[in-house]
Ligand binder design. Structure first.
Ligand SMILES: [Zn+2]
Length: 237
C-alpha cells in the first residue's frame, strides 16, 4: 500500500510536470490576446431578485452604439470599439437593494459604484485601468448616482429606466444616452470642465442634460479631444 501510495504520488508529480510543460504555449496565447485593440465592455448586471429585461439589454446595446457614433462625430471618425456581444448579461446573487445600500467602506455616495464594480469584477472580470478593456456596468439596483473613472463606469436602475423611457421625471431616452456618453468619458479619463459655466455645451459638464434637444447640442471640448487623442481606446472606426 505504501508503495502504491508512493507510485501514485509520483504519478501526481508527473501530472504536475506535464501541466507545467504545457504552460508556456498557453502564456504565449494570452500575451497575443492582450495585443488586440482595447474594447469597451457593457455589462448588464441583473440582481438575484430581478428578472432579465430584454428591453434593458437591447437599450444598453443601442445606447452603446449611439455613444460610439457620437464620439466618432466629435473626433473626426475616431471612436472606441465595442465587445462582441456588445452587452454581456450577468446574474448576481445579490438582491437589488444591496447595491446602493451596502456599506462598501468608503463614503456613501460611492457605495453603488463600489458594489456594482465588485460584482462585475467577480462575475465578468471587470476592473480599473485594464490595458485592453474598459467596463460600463449597468446595475438594476435602485439608485440615481452614476459614476465613472479609471476605466470603469457604474450606472444604476435610474439609467436603465431612462433608456427605455420609464424614468419618473426625465422621459426622453436620449437624455440617458448622453448621460452614458458623460460617464463613459469619465471611464476613459475625462474630467469635468474646470469652469462649468464657461463650457455650457460640454458633455463632461452639464451639457448632457439637454443635449437631445437638437443633434449633438453638446460636445467634447478641445481639452477632452486632446486627452482622447492619447487614449489607446480611441482608434479609427
Ligand atoms: Zn461627471
Amino acid at each position: 500500500m505504501r508503495q502504491l501510495a508512493a507510485a501514485l504520488a509520483f504519478l501526481a508529480l508527473s501530472g504536475a510536470s506535464l501541466a507545467a510543460a504545457a504552460a508556456p504555449p498557453a502564456r504565449r496565447a494570452l500575451a497575443g490576446a492582450t495585443q488586440r485593440p482595447p474594447v469597451v465592455h457593457f455589462v448588464y448586471l441583473v440582481s438575484a431578485d430581478r428578472e432579465v429585461r430584454e428591453d434593458f439589454r437591447a437599450a444598453i446595446a443601442a445606447a452603446a452604439r449611439d455613444v460610439q457614433a457620437f464620439y466618432a462625430r466629435q473626433l473626426g471618425g475616431r471612436t472606441f470599439r465595442l465587445a462582441d456581444p456588445v452587452v454581456q448579461v450577468v446574474r448576481s446573487d445579490r438582491p437589488a437593494a444591496w447595491f446602493y445600500s451596502h456599506d462598501s467602506g468608503r463614503d456613501k455616495p460611492l457605495w453603488g459604484f463600489d458594489n456594482g464594480l465588485a460584482e462585475a469584477a467577480r462575475l465578468a472580470g471587470a476592473g480599473h485601468d485594464q490595458p485592453d478593456a474598459a467596463w460600463i456596468v449597468y446595475s438594476d439596483g435602485p439608485g440615481n448616482d452614476g459614476r465613472g473613472g479609471a476605466g470603469v463606469a457604474v450606472l444604476p436602475e435610474d439609467d436603465l429606466l431612462g433608456l427605455v423611457g420609464e424614468h419618473p421625471t426625465q422621459k426622453e431616452p436620449r437624455r440617458w444616452v448622453y448621460g452614458l456618453a458623460h460617464e463613459l468619458g469619465h471611464a476613459l479619463g475625462l474630467a469635468h470642465p474646470a469652469d462649468m459655466d464657461a463650457a455650457p455645451r460640454a458633455i463632461m459638464g452639464r451639457g448632457f442634460y439637454d443635449c437631445f434637444v437638437g443633434t449633438d447640442r453638446c460636445e467634447l471640448t478641445a481639452e477632452d479631444r486632446a486627452t482622447l487623442a492619447k487614449s489607446r481606446f480611441i482608434a479609427p472606426r
